[in-house]
Design a binder for this molecule. Structure first.
Ligand code: SF4
Length: 467
């Protein structure tokens, strides 16, 4: 669907457009389109007005009286009013409600924290004001509850992140900047050299600023794709911290005995072994190039030696409700410390999206998400972090669950943006957080550029992290 969006009087296009997009994934916004959707808000004669006009859906207007004393408050919340009004309007016209109502941001928990300071019952507020369905409001509430004691609260602490943008093969739903390792084997020594140099600088910055490292996350990509020798070079400068140290081992086929030894030797405490599904034909279809048996073998290698996270995805192509339910059951049988349930998010650049293999979801994925929530709660897991993305099937979410007291500190701090992060590696993002202010610095995404510009990157990083 191509549509012209016309925000009148107020420039809220970026935020408000996420509401129609949530109803119509991949809606094309085009200034020359014939169809249009226009919204506006105004205050006049003691009343606040919201109006919508559309050649497709018709027109609507809503107004309510407000006192002069409240005008500044209403102005502040104009964007929220427009989004809520537009949500109600489209829900009625399209005949469909969304699990998160008019909420469109990446971090619903951040909003919950904000609401907690203004209202006694943020859970009810999510339901009444934003039309979030109760099961989803509960997830948001419980994530916040389960972050207590894990979310960072001190400026003295920092997290370290290292990015390894290589994988054995490319999954068809992937839109990350990750290169198949087989194509670039010869460049790995140079990449590792630059990366270790940046990690050493990160350590120096931590020391100089007298900060304390509270968690480390090595992700990507699939870090073990580097092979044992180079993975060891990357991890060994980090082993001295003795803090929560996660390596996203990711693809089960790369978790060999040799790799496991490297992880143990370097004081890694947490790994991800990501099945995504336990259905072989789906694994083949999405280009994972490993077997279901590999998942069990990899899990046997790491269980009891590390805390383990396992990722699953609801909405993979050609998967039925039963397929997904079986993956949940099989994962629960293994009882890893963490289970992360993702909803397939179609990115414009992914092979799946380009091939059109996944059609618009129509409630099936929501049933899967509901099943996952019920099963994981029943099995004693609790949700502790969550985030949402654009174009998620059935407008759902990604939720990290854990067994009691097995929260991953890094995940909590990342999602809540509650700690500064010093990132290293191609595509890594550094964040400097002070109060409500967040400054960001991104390393070049391409690993070749990263290697060629290492000196400049290090110089910029020193300037950025003058703390
Ligand atoms: S393992 Fe992750 S980063 Fe690598 S190709 Fe698959 S989705 Fe992309």
């Amino acid at each position: 669907m191509r549509v012209r969006l016309i925000p009148a009087e107020h420039d809220y296009l970026n935020d408000v457009q996420d509401v129609p997009r949530a109803f119509v994934p991949f809606m094309e916004i085009d200034g020359d389109a014939d169809n249009f959707l226009k919204w506006s808000c105004r205050y006049a004669d003691g009343r606040f007005f919201c109006s919508i006009e559309s050649d497709v859906f018709g027109n609507a207007e809503k107004s309510f009286a407000i006192s002069d004393a409240d005008v500044s408050v209403y102005k502040k919340y104009t964007k929220r009013f427009i989004k809520n009004f537009l949500y109600d309007f489209l829900a009625e016209k399209i005949g469909k409600k969304l699990p998160y109502g008019s909420l469109t941001g990446v971090r619903p928990t951040k909003l919950y924290y904000e609401l907690s300071e203004k209202t006694d019952n943020p859970y009810e507020y999510l339901i009444d004001e934003f039309h979030v369905e109760p099961a989803r409001a509960k997830i948001v509430r419980d994530c916040v509850k389960n972050q207590k004691g894990y979310k960072n609260s001190s400026d003295e602490n920092v997290a370290l992140f290292v990015n390894i943008p290589f994988c054995p093969t490319r999954c068809s739903y992937c839109s990350f900047i990750s290169t198949e390792i087989g194509r670039v084997k010869k460049q790995i020594p140079l990449y590792t050299e630059s990366l270790v140099e940046e990690i050493e600088l990160s350590k120096e910055l931590v020391k100089r600023a007298k900060k304390k490292v509270t968690s480390i996350y090595v992700g990507g990509g699939t870090p073990p794709a580097l092979g044992a020798e180079y993975l060891d070079k990357v991890l060994s400068p980090l082993k001295e911290y003795n803090v929560e140290f996660t390596v996203e081992a990711g693809r089960p086929d790369v978790i060999t005995d040799e790799i496991t030894d490297v992880l143990l030797r370097n004081n890694v405490t947490r790994v991800s072994v990501n099945p995504q599904t336990f259905k072989q034909s789906t694994l083949d279809l999405i280009g994972r190039k490993h077997t279901v048996e590999d998942i069990y073998t990899a899990y046997d290698r790491v269980r009891g030696r590390f805390d383990v996270n396992m990722d699953l995805i609801a909405g993979l192509p050609e998967e039925s409700f039963d397929d997904f339910a079986e993956s949940i059951e099989k994962t629960l049988d293994l009882r890893p410390e963490n289970i992360t349930v993702h909803t397939l998010s179609l990115k414009r650049g992914s092979v799946l999206t380009l091939s059109g293999a996944v059609k618009e979801a129509d409630g099936l994925i929501k049933d899967m998400g509901d099943f996952a929530i019920e099963k994981l709660y029943d099995a004693g897991y609790v949700p502790y972090y969550m985030y949402r993305q654009k174009n998620m099937a059935d407008n759902l979410e990604n939720v990290g669950y854990c067994l009691p007291k097995k929260q991953c500190v890094y995940n909590v701090d990342m999602m809540e943006e509650s700690i500064s992060v010093i990132g290293s590696g191609a595509g890594a993002m550094s964040k400097k957080i002070s109060g409500n202010r967040i400054d960001r610095l991104s390393d070049p995404k391409g690993f070749r550029e990263y290697v060629e510009r290492t000196d400049t990157i290090l110089r910029q990083k020193k300037e950025f992290f003058s703390f």
